[in-house]
Design a protein around this ligand. Sequence first.
Ligand code: UGA
Length: 491
Amino acid sequence: MGTTGTLGTEPSTGPSTGPAGPGQVEPQQVCVVGAGYVGLTAAAGLAELGHAVRCVESNPGRLATLAGGGIPIHEPGLDELVAKHLGTGRLSFTGDIEAAMDGAEVALLCVGTPPRPDGDPDLRQLGRAAAQAAAAATRDVVLVVKSTVPPGSCEALELLAAGHARPGVRASVASNPEFLREGQAMRDFFFPDRVVVGVDDPALEPVVAGLYPKEWPLLVCDRRSAELVKYASNTFLAVKISFANEVAALCEALGADHSKVLTGVGLDGRIGGDFLKPGPGFGGSCLPKDLSGFIAVAGSMGQEATLARAVREVNDGSRASLVGKLEAALGPLSGKRVGVLGLAFKPGTDDVRHSPALGLVEDLVALGASVQAHDPVASVPSLGDGQVDDPYEAASGADAVVVVTAWPEYGDLDPGRLQRCMEGHVVLDAVNLLDAAAFGAAGLDVYGVGRGHPLSVAPVLWRPLEWMIDAEPTVSLDEAGPEDVDVLAGR
Ligand code: UGA
C-alpha cells in the first residue's frame, strides 16, 4: 500500500443528491490517454465542462478518423460535442504523448483492460500508458485511472510511474472509475449517480474531484475501495439480471407474467426496478469481464465468490435456453433456417463484444442450422453473406425468427409481412419487444421470455398443494410439520 490514511475510514464526503448536469469547474489542463469509449466520452465531457483537453491515441487509423472530424464509435451525442470543442479549441487529438502531457496537471488513463483467455484482465496497456505519461510529465501530475482495474492496481501503477518520471517530477496515481453505459454515455457523464474518487493522499482529492462540478454526487475513499466499487457495482448488476432471468424461467413454467412479477419485486424501494429485465443474458465488454474479474480477485484473496460464480452459470443458461426453446418448437435444428434479428449486445450501440446474439448464432451454426442475421448498426464481417441489410430479408424462408437485440425498429415490424416472408411460423422474442397478440393474429407463434406459452404451462405438481387439496388428515393440521406431509397425504 501507499499512504493508507483513508483506508477503512468513512468517506470524507458521503454521496449527496444535488442536481447534476453541466456545471462550473476550475479549468485544468488535462491529458486523456486512449480515445476508446471511455476516453472519448470523458474527453468530450471534460471539454464541455470547461477543461482544456488533449487526447492521445496510439492507433493511427483511429487517430486519422478523429483528426478528420470523424467518430470511430456509435455513441449518441458524442459527435456533436467533439465537433463543438474541436471548434472551441478546448479539445484536440494527437498521437504524441509528449505534446499532450506538456503542462498537464492531470492525465486520465482510459486504455483497455481486456480479459485474457484465463479471465484475468490484461493490464499491460495500462502499465504502458502510466509509464509513458509519467515519463512525459513536465510538472507534478496525477494519473487518474478510469479504466476498470482490480483493487491494488493504482498502487502498483504508482510504483511503475515513479520509476519513469523525470527527476523532481512526482507522478501520483488516483482511482476514478467510470460508470458510463454504452449508448447513453454522454447522458451518464453529465448526470452521474455518483463520482467516485479514490485517493490515499488527501492532497490529491481536490485535483481529481475538481475535474467535476461540486454539485455532482461525490464519494471520496481510498484507492482499493474505489477500484472495488466498480467491480462490485457491475457484479451486482449482473446478479440482478440473472435473478430476473431465473424468475422469468419460473414464470414460463408456471404461466405467470414476468412483467407483473418483476415489476412487483422492483417496486420495493429496497430492491428497485432497474436491471430486472429478463432477456437472452447480459453481454457487452463490461459485465461479463468485470464479473470474471471479481471472481478472479476473490480467488486471489482465497475466497470462493460463490454468488458471482452462480451468476455466470445462470447467464450461460439463459442463452442455452433460447436454443432449447427453438428445439422444442422446431425439433432438431440441423438443416433449419433461422433469422436472427439483432447482433449488438444491446440496442443503441454497434458493440458486439460478448453479444448474446453472436453466441446464439455460433450455437445455431454448431447445431447445423443456417443463419441469416440483421442489425441496424452493428456489422460482423465474419458472417459474410449471412448478414443482410433488411430484417425481412433475414426472415426470408426462415423456419424461425429470433429477436435478440431490442432495437426499437424491430418493434415496428409488420407481422403480416414477416409471416409472408417466412417458411415456418415460430418467432422467439428473446427481449419481449413484440406485440405478441398482433403477431399471433398474423398466424405466427410467438414465444417470449418469462411468459408462459399456452402449450408450455404445466400444472403445478407440488406435494404441499396435493396435501392441501386431497389429504384426509390423520394428524391435526395445527400440529403438523413438514415431516407429516406423507402421513397427511396418506402415503
Ligand atoms: C455496464 C454498466 O451498466 C455501466 O454502469 C458501466 O460503466 C459499464 O458496464 C462499464 O463497466 O463500462 P454497459 O456494458 O454499457 O454498461 O451495458 P448495460 O446497459 O449495463 O447492459 C449490459 C447487459 O445487460 C446488456 O447485454 C443488456 O442487454 C443486459 N441487461 C441490462 C439485461 O439483460 N437486463 C436489464 O434489465 C438490463
